[in-house]
Design a protein around this ligand. Sequence first.
Ligand code: ADP
Length: 214
Amino acid sequence: MNLVIFGPPGAGKGTQSKFIVNKYNLYQLSTGELLRKEIIKKTSLGSEISSTINRGKLVSDKIASDLIEKFISNNEYKNRLIFDGYPRNEAQAENLNKLLSKYNQKINLVLKLSVSLDVIKKRIIGRSVCSICGKIYNEFFNPAPKNTDCCFSRFLQKRSDDTLDIAITRYQTYEKNIKPVTDFYEDTNLLKVVNGETPIDQITKEISALIEGI
Ligand code: ADP
């Protein structure tokens, strides 16, 4: 099965995707993470991406499409993908369908995590990611445990776009583009809306039930 998970920045897409990956042996295709990896390579494409991301805007549809096609076309990931952060606008939603059918695949479920701007602000300001294992923490709601093998404070990193100003712009970018995406998936009956403001475990249970109902 292939899933799409979308929602505003800080909605918990990454946290929930990591859980789904482990439970259902899927692969998380996070366009945000792939773009950040490109930045680390310090290529000219990377510096173009970096300035776009740090303005809270979307990179071009072409860049995003090229990134995901590499995975859709790879047999290793066939029918095992969670699209986290793609699509973000109507053109991307249409493109995703085209790419999937080109490689004889389809989307089985679309999850939308809904979260208000007030909650998002706190989540983003408090967010850090373990640079070793990729686990996501929040200093207010879900702090990193003290005695673990890898998530020591020196390994916890903040994203450069996780400042209040950029987060607000990212939220506005999301709001501006997402209505037609929601309509697009509602029309195909694939869309399930999940309240992203309940505790992480509860959201996880709800998502599991939806996946098992496919
Ligand atoms: P969030 O959804 O929390 O903002 P992501 O890690 O998913 O975080 O994305 C970070 C940034 O990467 C976005 O603000 C945007 O600039 C860029 N990005 C990610 N996915 C896409 C996409 N599908 N199309 C264009 N830009 C993207």
